[in-house]
Design a protein around this ligand. Structure first.
Ligand code: AKG
Length: 321
């Protein structure tokens, strides 16, 4: 299921790099301003949580986790949250969660039958099966399709979000104060060409997430994901070691060669798997999606953090228009 990536999509990397740092940062300013207005303590987090000394200091504030004995049964069987948290501390990622088939099928049905929003833009609304005609209709390359708050209409997605194992793992890893911060489902669509800003927003560049001081994300594939269906890539060990250059910059996205030369090519794992495959990662570690070559990918994310969640980002809506 896990392979070291054999080739890097250099063409995407080149497009992403050519856009320029300033343009990428400027595009995010409205989002940042909204974050500060909504939650002023977001600013010190955003500036300092990228530096290892401040991060490590914040981890020392983690509350002890209470015993979860007697909790309701999990749909994932009897996996041990403590052991998963130990693996997360070591490598930043744990692979080995599987959704029960009826749950996976129900969320996949929801994903096919519910209109999604292309490239995070609410005016680009279409059904996943009509992706090609939507691109023609809107005259745009559409790389992603989010369901935003519509995911809450899907009982199976809610069952995953509320599964006791997820919170238990989050508490063992992040501390007793861990809370749910995101739940989203989205499509990643194959594309032959894409603009730099679409690629950047679709998370195809190695980046780390900075929505909170301490975070954990569960990902579940709802469609089969092989090397041609845009697999997720994670750089093991990058959650607790960071070169100075990547701490002292406002940017969270960095070129693949800079990332892989520091952690080693072998640290990157490409996650392929059948529909229902799940994994959990510390998203401060470098990770990225890859551009689907053939088949679209349907994915679900359930994220946990330790601070007040952003209402807007909850369903994956990152950019203010
Ligand atoms: O689509 C993917 O596999 C990557 C998602 C991602 O980068 C993120 O949630 O931060």
């Amino acid at each position: 299921m896990l392979d070291a990536p054999k080739s890097q999509p250099q063409d995407l990397e080149t497009i992403a790099r050519s856009g320029g740092v300033l343009r990428r940062m400027a595009a995010r300013i409205p989002t940042y301003l909204t974050d500060v207005r909504e939650n002023p303590v977001w600013l010190p987090m955003f500036l300092l949580a990228r530096t290892m000394p401040f991060r490590k200091a914040h981890w020392l504030t983690a509350k002890p986790v209470r015993s979860s004995a007697g909790a309701t049964p999990s749909m994932f069987g009897n996996l041990q949250a403590k052991a998963i948290a130990t693996e997360l501390r070591r490598t930043g990622i744990f692979v080995g969660l599987t959704l029960p088939a009826p749950i996976q099928e129900e969320i996949a049905r929801f994903g096919h039958e519910t209109p999604c929003f292309g490239n995070f833009e609410r005016r680009l609304e279409f059904l996943a099966g009509e992706h090609a005609s939507a691109e023609r209709r809107f005259g745009r390359t559409i790389l992603s399709g989010h369901h935003f708050e519509r995911v809450l209409q899907c009982d199976a997605a809610i069952a995953v979000q509320r599964d006791p194992l997820l919170l238990d793992v989050a508490r063992h890893y992040l501390g007793g104060e861990a809370k749910l911060i995101t739940t989203r489902t989205w499509w990643s669509f194959p594309a032959k060409s894409a603009s730099e800003s679409d690629l950047s927003r679709a998370s195809f560049k190695f980046h780390f997430d900075l929505d909170d001081w301490r975070m954990l994300k569960f990902f579940f594939y709802l469609s089969d994901v092989d090397a041609d269906a845009g697999p997720h890539v994670y750089v093991r060990g990058s959650h607790n070691r960071r070169r100075l250059k990547h701490q002292l910059t406002l940017l969270v996205g960095h070129p693949a060669d800079e990332v892989l030369s520091f952690y080693g090519e072998d640290s990157a794992i490409t996650l392929t798997g059948k529909a229902g495959t799940g994994f959990v990662e510390d998203p401060f570690g470098f990770h990225r999606g890859t551009l689907a070559k053939q088949s679209p990918r349907l994915m679900m994310e359930v994220g946990f953090g330790v601070s007040k969640p952003s209402k807007r980002r909850y369903h994956g809506e990152p950019t203010i228009r």
